[in-house]
Design a protein around this ligand. Structure first.
Ligand code: SAM
Ligand code: SF4
Length: 452
């Protein structure tokens, strides 16, 4: 629906949280662009400020309140009036209740209401007052909406929304709803169209991509989807997140046999203690996870495994933690997101008392981070003195003469931009880099040959 009020208004979106939110932000941005709005670089120049929120951990709530409040002291925007909108998981969870913590929010739109963001913001400009929309089910799938991709060479492609797993610590299934897969052909057609537009890498998105299709076909079809996406000619395929209990041998075979699927798998373990895994309702044991890792490594030698780990789940003992530490060492993760458990009201784990002192949890966290750094360093040594194809993303923040890109194993690679090239010639291209330094967080080397 056209919204003449929004024509020419400037907007700025700040995104917190996961890739799903990053992609939702691209949909909001696509919608605002299609209504004639213009994106600007910061909130000070923006008539419309949108916060896309995450509620997985508590710190995100406090950060959002701070960000909303700081809008009050910004200079007046070009149109003379600023509308502040909050979307994403906190908006879905709290709805109007959010206004008890922040009073300068004009629009609240939930995770299922992205398709309405244009009309809600227009109403806020026209009528004032608070516009709130947080229905439980999508009326129009946001995945059918226009979107504004941050880069020309990479695209996030949501293949499903929601989650059925109810891990006992996690709020996601309560705010994002049940698993809903997009039609198979729609995804493949979308990737085909993206490839025609020059996209070289797609990241398939879902809370649990391994169960893609269960709601449509009665059984998961992720393996078939990977092969079909591989047939589109896209050069690099990555995906996230994978739940270990649903990663089937068929999917491992499809990963191994589809050349475009990158040798990188994010496989959240959360804990190395079978007792804690049971309390977390993860539905696999330490032994089953390690066996899965062996099977993956046998099918895809050299694969980079990354993970999520929670430290300080209520009741975690030193023995439980030592099991996590030993599992991390045994797997040898290439990287990991490590989190301190954050109590989320409404989840089963929030009811479990925990006497463990904060210092003990912090100490465990630091020991885990140091073990992950050791294994990341060791993993990166694999690429030392080898030639690595790197998809160029831009320049290093510290030095504009250094390009930054990604290896097939999801490593950050740096190298000097060779004389005769500018970064604009290289972004979105694949270049070969001879690696002569391998650090914990990046590889460094020299570009050889021509970009392609
Ligand atoms: N669905 C994904 C999966 O299972 O791999 C993860 C989605 S969740 C947004 C990302 C990560 O946040 C989880 O893997 C978990 O490690 C972490 N997380 C979720 N709830 C948490 C909590 N209450 N406290 C700390 N970390 C949490
Ligand atoms: Fe949360 Fe578990 Fe679902 Fe991931 S699989 S979103 S951790 S409930």
């Amino acid at each position: 629906m056209p919204q003449p009020t929004l024509q020419g208004k400037t907007y700025f979106i700040r995104t917190f949280g996961c890739q799903m939110n990053l992609h939702d932000s691209e949909r909001v941005s696509g919608m605002l662009d299609s209504l004639g709005c213009l994106e600007v670089a910061g909130p000070a120049q923006a008539d419309i400020v949108v916060f896309m929120t995450c509620c997985v951990r508590e710190a995100a709530d406090t950060r959002l309140y701070g960000q909303c409040n700081s809008c009050k002291s910004l200079p007046a925007p070009p149109s003379g009036r600023r509308v502040v909108a909050v979307g994403g998981c906190i908006a879905q969870r709290d709805g109007e209740g959010l206004l008890t913590n922040v009073d300068n929010v004009d629009v609240i739109f939930g995770t299922h209401s992205i398709a309405h963001v244009g009309e809600l913001i227009a109403q806020a400009f026209e009528r004032g007052g608070k516009q709130v929309r947080t229905e439980e089910h999508e009326v129009q799938d946001a995945t059918d909406m226009p979107w504004h991709r941050a880069t020309s060479y990479h695209a996030w492609v949501p293949i499903m929304t929601g989650c059925n797993n109810f891990c006992s610590y996690c709020i996601v299934p309560y705010v994002r709803g049940r698993e809903k897969s997009r039609p198979f052909e729609q995804i493949v057609d979308e990737v085909t169209a993206l490839v025609r537009k020059g996209v070289r890498e797609v990241t398939l998105l879902g809370q649990n991509v391994n169960s893609y299709g269960r709601d449509l076909f009665g059984e998961p079809r992720f393996a078939e989807l990977l092969r079909a996406v591989g047939d589109t000619g896209v050069e690099r395929i990555t995906f996230t997140s994978s739940h270990p209990k649903d990663l089937s041998p068929r999917t491992i075979a499809a990963m191994a046999e589809t050349p475009a699927v990158m040798p990188h798998l994010h496989l959240a373990v959360q804990s190395g203690s079978s007792r804690i895994l049971k309390e977390m309702n993860r539905r696999y044991t330490r032994e089953q996870y390690l066996e899965l890792v062996q099977n993956i490594r046998a099918a895809i030698p050299g694969i980079a495994l990354t993970t999520d780990i929670i430290v300080g789940f209520p009741g975690e003992t030193e023995e439980d933690f030592l099991e996590t530490l030993s599992l991390a060492r045994e797997v040898g993760y290439a990287q990991a997101f490590t989190f301190i458990y954050s109590k989320r009201e409404g989840t089963p784990a929030a009811k479990i008392d925990d006497p463990t002192p904060r210092e003990v949890i912090l100490d465990r966290f630091n020991r885990l981070v140091s073990a992950i750094e050791d294994s990341a360093f060791a993993f990166n040594q694999n690429q030392l003195n080898t030639r690595v194809p790197v998809l160029v993303e831009g320049t290093s923040k510290k030095d504009e003469g250094i390009l930054l890109g990604k290896s097939p194993w999801n490593q950050t690679v740096h190298c000097q931009i060779p004389v005769g090239f500018s970064i604009d010639d290289l972004v979105g291209k694949i270049v070969d880099v001879d690696v002569d330094r391998a650090k914990t967080f990046y590889l460094f080397g020299t570009m050889v040959g021509e970009p392609r």
